[in-house]
Design a protein around this ligand. Structure first.
Ligand code: FAQ
Length: 311
């Protein structure tokens, strides 16, 4: 019966036994996984755009190679994640349609513009750094296909984070103009990065169940605090100033206290009204339409081979 199934399911979760695609699962578990995994996939795909904006303008051949590799990695991450979502019974077409129609969310961070080359450093260091903190615990998520996809993704994210920090270091140790460019990028990306972790725990409707189901292992505020604690010394090492006058170290708790996030801005961006939301969706739709011939050719090739095999 339904009750026994639900109990058995929760017992498996509590004993750290992975849930696999063909196992029984509550509808709400399936629904929240489809929501989170597809949102995550969309973030990887839309997340290629702000950095792709700089590939043709990278200052050296080496920087261009690194950036190209990083942006390609994000495409790969998006594709594994769409596959993981498919194991839950949604099709690729459905998830992509939801992105293009504006129904599906993706990370707020990718709706900010990349104005200077230093933004490539700030994104790698901060955005990929935040992504790793959030995703390492997801390697232990209760749903097998999601957890396994996260393992390789995290390895690649850690290269992304290092290349970003190294880029920032070069700028921070460069000419006064380069240092100013690094500080400006840091100023613009710091607060939006803190928003990546999601609303405050008190306003996070999904956390309680996601923790019970061990999809999430830490709350939004816990991960945000950890991010601030690791990033402040990194900024100090670069000689950059954290754009938060309220930031201070609390000797008793061993944590940094930080100022209030502009939640009005966060919800504005989440609801589709950030600086680049419309442009991002338009770009994705155009890429999809421009790629129609590739899908048609692949389907035609598949049909031809099937016919040949049948003969
Ligand atoms: N932006 O109840 P909660 C990357 C939504 S990293 C937009 O707390 P939850 C790598 C949330 O969906 C970025 N929407 O939700 C990369 C929910 O809406 P709903 C992607 C947000 O799920 C780097 C509502 O607010 N990473 O791509 C945001 O328990 C560089 C209430 O929130 C992931 O997706 C936001 N920031 O916790 C690529 C990680 N925050 O559906 C390229 C996996 C919240 O109820 C370049 N996801 N919302 O209407 C997660 O860990 C979780 O889904 C959270 C949100 C922590 C993001």
């Amino acid at each position: 019966t339904e009750i026994n199934l639900e109990e058995h399911f929760q017992n498996k979760i509590d004993s750290e036994i992975r849930i696999e695609p063909k196992d029984w699962m509550p509808d709400a578990y399936r629904k929240t996984l489809i929501r989170q995994i597809s949102q995550h996939a969309h973030s990887e795909i839309v997340g290629m755009l702000p950095e792709a904006n700089w590939i043709t303008r990278a200052p050296t051949l080496n920087r261009k190679k690194i950036l190209l590799a990083k942006v390609q990695d994000e495409a790969g991450h998006g594709l594994y994640l769409y596959c993981a979502a498919e194991t839950l019974g949604v099709t690729r077409d459905e998830t992509i349609n939801d992105l293009h129609s504006g129904k599906a969310k993706y990370s707020s961070i990718f709706n900010y513009p990349t104005l200077t080359w230093a933004d490539m450093g700030a994104i790698g260091w901060l955005v990929d750094g935040a992504a790793i903190l959030n995703q390492v615990p997801l390697c232990r998520a209760s749903y097998g296909p999601y957890a396994r996809a996260m393992v390789r993704i995290c390895k690649e994210e850690s290269f992304h984070q290092r290349q970003g920090y190294e880029l920032m270091m070069k700028l921070a140790q460069g000419s006064p103009e380069q240092k100013a460019m690094a500080q400006d990028a840091f100023n613009r990306w710091w607060w939006p990065t803190l928003m990546m972790f999601g609303p405050k725990d008190a306003d996070s409707g999904n956390t309680e169940l996601s923790m019970k189901w061990r999809i999430k292992r830490f709350t939004n505020d816990e991960l945000r605090q950890r991010f601030v604690d690791v990033s402040v010394p990194q900024a100090e090492y670069l000689g950059l100033t954290i754009p938060d006058p309220d930031l201070k170290f609390n000797e008793e708790t061993g944590h940094y206290e930080f100022g209030e996030i502009d939640w009005e801005e966060f919800w504005k961006v989440v609801k589709g009204n950030g600086a680049c939301n419309k442009e991002r969706i338009e770009t994705r739709k155009k890429a999809f339409d421009d790629g129609a011939w590739v899908r048609e050719a692949a389907t035609a090739y598949h049909e031809k081979r099937k016919l040949r095999e049948e003969r």
